[in-house]
Write a protein that binds this ligand. Structure first.
Ligand code: ADP
Ligand code: MG
Length: 287
């Protein structure tokens, strides 16, 4: 589905990509070309990720496989931040994400035995990277790039907007990760009333990412089970936070990918542990 509205110097369009509604707004420069090229490259990125993740998982326990440069960069960054966040951010959490199935029609509370099996299949130490190739050293380990790939897509788009001379605009990957070209005011949802805003932040050439327990969840026995997994327990993170928003300045390369990672990681780590790594950001809101 495409919702389009483009004039010569201003363009706004939405497409469903990377599991979310991507909305691109551009003004100035070759706005329309910038938006067209961005959607093309985001679709390519999505396909590269899908194909490479499958190939890495299929070759688990057997051999290293060559991946696209985009996917290699995503995995390399994920491993660096796994270290910086004390393990809170971990793209090898795929088996745990699948077991809980949150956000799908298969969502359920797994048994202790199932959790024990999955705990052996989650761990950044299982992922090895070398010269553009990747290897999982144990069969059954699954990669999940849901907490990083959208940020990478925002950065990719930002670079395209830059090349086409876009003067102002908004790159919005389903409100979870956003980049403002120029100045924009962005609302942060109230985690317990997501149709209302709890805060408005002013972004100027900066990325904003929000992770919360209200996007995908189910409630059972009065407890909320959501989609952000604590790799230490392989269960939904229980750090006491409901929502984390992180702003990373555009002067930093890969600012949106960094914001995307940090909001998920801080949500898992909780207030105290997150202090160790949120210094990378320009601003943050923990609720
Ligand atoms: P959203 O995708 O709604 O923007 P996040 O950016 O916080 O939310 O990413 C959450 C997604 O990241 C989950 O749906 C899952 O795919 C993946 N994920 C869950 N827990 C972790 C984790 N501890 N580390 C890395 N990725 C995770
Ligand atoms: Mg994230």
């Amino acid at each position: 589905m495409t919702i389009a509205g483009c004039a010569q110097i201003s363009c706004e369009r939405s497409e469903i990509l990377m599991g979310t509604v991507v909305t691109l707004q551009a003004q100035g420069g070759d706005a329309q070309l910038a938006v067209d090229e961005s959607f093309k490259q985001i679709a390519e990125l999505e396909e590269n990720i899908r194909a490479d993740v499958k190939r890495i998982e299929d070759a688990a326990g057997k051999e290293f496989v060559r991946v696209s440069p985009d996917v290699f960069e995503i995995l390399e960054t994920a491993q660096i931040f796994n270290g910086l966040t004390g393990g809170a951010f971990d793209v090898t959490c795929g088996a745990a994400v699948e077991l809980w199935g949150i956000g799908t029609d298969k969502a359920r509370i797994p048994s202790d035995a199932e959790l024990a099996v999955v705990k052996n299949l989650v761990g950044a130490n299982h992922l090895h990277l070398r010269d553009g190739t990747a290897y999982l050293d144990l069969r059954g380990v699954k990669l999940n790039l849901g907490g990083i790939a959208k940020g990478y897509g925002v950065d990719l788009t930002r670079n395209i907007f830059n090349r086409y001379g876009v003067k102002s605009g908004l790159i919005d990957f389903g409100t979870s990760t956003i980049y403002a070209v120029g100045k924009k005011r962005i609302g942060i949802k109230n985690p317990r009333a997501p149709s209302e805003l709890s805060k408005v932040v002013e972004l100027e050439n900066a990325a904003l990412s929000t992770s919360g327990d209200y996007e995908k969840f189910f409630i059972a026995d009065g407890r909320r089970y959501h989609h952000i997994i604590d790799p230490a327990t392989c269960a939904p993170a229980d750090s006491g936070l409901r929502s984390v928003s992180v702003v990373v300045d555009g002067s930093r390369e890969h600012c949106a990918m960094t914001a995307d990672i940090l909001s998920t990681a801080a949500f898992v780590a909780g207030r105290e542990r997150a202090e160790n790594f949120l210094g990378v950001s320009k601003d943050f809101v923990l609720e």
